[in-house]
Design a protein around this ligand. Sequence first.
Ligand SMILES: Nc1nc2c(ncn2[C@@H]2O[C@H](COP(=O)(O)OP(=O)(O)OP(=O)(O)O)[C@@H](O)[C@H]2O)c(=O)[nH]1
Length: 215
Amino acid sequence: MSMEDYDFLFKIVLIGNAGVGKTCLVRRFTQGLFPPGQGATIGVDFMIKTVEINGEKVKLQIWDTAGQERFRSITQSYYRSANALILTYDITCEESFRCLPEWLREIEQYASNKVITVLVGNKIDLAERREVSQQRAEEFSEAQDMYYLETSAKESDNVEKLFLDLACRLISEARQNTLVNNGETYCRDPSCTSVAACGGCSLGLLEALVFLSTR
Ligand SMILES: Nc1nc2c(ncn2[C@@H]2O[C@H](COP(=O)(O)OP(=O)(O)OP(=O)(O)O)[C@@H](O)[C@H]2O)c(=O)[nH]1
């Protein structure tokens, strides 16, 4: 697709504890599948999906970060140019909910103050194993001024809604000019703000892949 083939380009970054289902949410949305035996993400993964909203083409760059602590210094560097963050926890895992204030501190420290943050409680298909009530999560998200949604990547519940509602909000913020301006970054170098696809930045896609796979 050429650069002119879309009206909006947004960068969305998924964060949250390991195993909460970030990769499965991204795969469900971008590829329409629930991957069997999904392994832990190493560093950062990247997918693109273009959607049409009210006749306008919206290109979503979706960055899936590793939840494991050992990758934190890599993943933090991806917050800065994000237009939106999807902070995910697992409704069957109290620990993943208790870690949310820690994630919010990371956002405060590393993301732009214009970033839109959505809180997602994933794995609602496992209702019998729920450890965090919807009410508790809603109260928490309201107190933090975040939009809240519960999803199941497995059953495809609310996954399209999550990304499409977010795209609508991003369009509306872009129109009011209040969004993070991140240029059109096509490579994995978080500091790249090049408009050309990796043409002008110091760390091209191939080099970045080697960098990530050797860690
Ligand atoms: N039942 C159920 N299981 C899910 C759902 N989403 C993810 N899982 C499972 O949860 C496990 C972890 O999923 P991932 O998508 O790898 O989690 P992650 O947050 O990307 O993990 P890291 O890459 O380590 O940060 C896998 O075994 C998935 O099959 C869901 O909606 N329902």
